[in-house]
Write a protein that binds this ligand. Structure first.
Ligand code: CTP
Length: 403
């Protein structure tokens, strides 16, 4: 999922030949999951029609202060539009528009909106090479950057004038990638590596039978999605589940048994900053896993079980600077047991879910948690969807990792 998903983008189109490329730009923003509204300067309409951009953005295009001029009879509210936007992007940004932005001129609707907008503003210059090189243009770039605007540099290539040089607006794909890269850097877990274990483990009795549990893996997969959306590099080690990888960039390692999960998790752990053990690991496995399907013979049958390695405890022992989070699923003496696990496994906090809470637990889509911290503090949360619970847990991790 793109960082632009769910974001509100205000695209300002000014009068340069590259305006025709904004049709593609709007499409890419929509494809990334953003909502788009377009403002055009009056002259930009000579280069691309408002109908094209309103059809693609699924929103009315505004280009003047009154709806009368834009086929209505009401005032267009630049302040409202400026506040609506999460991000404003001016592309193409002509030399004239850049100069007005730098000077604070407000002689058209786009400029008035730019001056009212409180959100981050990106601008993608487009002009002929000599205009791009001109000292006044350079001065305007520097001024705009000093105001906190972000410049998406023009590229070199053939220009509309027939000359070749710097001044071509960055291609729409590159504009979107530039903005995404820029925004990822502002995310709270940017540059952090997060390891998550999820799902059940299956302990083979023979080639067709196993000991397992009802864990769906949902909690761990939601945590992986939330960590990814917070900017982290995520490695998700999951036992058997029907769930698909929630985000393309997540590294998903599928395993079957506790021992396989142990191998994968302990190998990845030294490289990560944060680890969350949400897997429901089988505590025991059959001592012998038969090579062939076991035939029914006697009236009873005995399976000897041996203990599996405790993955989280091993991570707790190997822990250096990592932030380590575990889960506890309890049916009695909940807090006492959870607090014991927190200490024993050397965790920063433990997420307690009680099977006594209606709606909490393995297969449901909801969960009710309490977080117990190392210093003895506790925090209760309401019954929420697992997605919301994942956001709450990640929030606590972000607070601790920035502390
Ligand atoms: N865990 C693990 N490896 C195991 C057992 C548990 O990594 N072999 C992790 C779980 O992912 C969870 C935490 O340890 O984060 C606690 O799991 P839980 O089953 O509640 O606790 P156990 O330590 O197994 O204790 P018990 O079953 O006795 O309650």
């Amino acid at each position: 999922m793109s960082v632009l998903s769910g974001k509100k983008i205000l695209l300002g189109v000014t009068a340069g030949i590259a305006a025709y490329k904004t049709a593609f730009l709007v499409r890419l923003f929509i494809k990334a999951g953003a909502q788009v509204k377009v403002i055009m300067t009056p002259a930009a309409k000579e280069f691309v029609t408002p109908l094209t951009l309103s059809t693609l953005s699924k929103n009315e295009v505004v280009s003047s202060f009154t709806k009368e001029e834009d086929h209505g009879n009401q005032w267009n509210n630049h302040v409202e539009l400026g506040l609506w936007a999460d991000y404003m992007i001016i592309a193409p940004a002509t030399a004239n528009t850049l100069s007005k932005m730098a000077g604070g001129h407000s002689d058209n609707f786009l400029m008035a909106t730019y001056l009212s907008a409180k959100c981050p503003v990106f601008f993608a210059p487009a002009m002929d090479l000599d205009m791009y090189k001109h000292p006044s243009t350079k001065e305007n770039f520097a001024k705009l950057i000093s105001f906190g605007n972000v410049m998406i540099p023009a590229t070199s290539g053939e220009l509309a004038s027939g000359l070749t040089g710097e001044g071509r607006m960055a291609e729409p794909e590159d504009i979107v990638a530039f903005i995404e890269d820029h925004l990822i850097k502002d995310l709270p877990l940017y540059n952090k590596k997060v390891l998550i274990t999820a799902g059940p483990t299956y302990e083979a009795i023979d080639p067709v039978r196993f000991i397992g549990n009802h864990s769906s893996g949902k909690m761990g997969f939601e945590l992986a999605a939330a960590a990814h959306d917070a900017g982290a590099d995520v490695i998700l080690i999951s036992g058997p589940t029907h769930l698909e990888k929630p985000r393309e960039r997540i590294k998903l390692v599928r395993v079957q048994s506790a021992r396989e999960m142990f191998e994968a998790a302990t190998k990845a752990f030294p490289e990560v900053d944060i680890a969350i053990a949400s897997a429901a690991v089988s505590d025991y496995r059959p001592k012998i896993s038969a090579d062939q399907k076991i035939k029914k013979t006697g009236e009873t049958m005995q399976l000897e079980l041996v203990k599996n390695p405790d993955i989280l405890a091993a991570l707790g022992e190997a822990k250096k600077d990592q932030l380590l989070v575990g889960f506890a699923l309890e049916t009695e003496n909940e807090e006492e047991n959870a607090a014991g696990k927190l200490k024993r496994k050397n965790l920063d906090f433990i997420v307690l879910n009680s099977l006594n809470d209606k709606g909490a637990g393995f297969k449901s889509n909801t969960n009710k948690i309490k977080i117990l911290f190392r210093n003895g503090a506790g925090k209760n949360f309401d019954l929420k969807t697992k997605k919301e619970v994942a956001a709450d847990i990640l929030n606590e991790i972000i607070i601790l990792s920035n502390a």
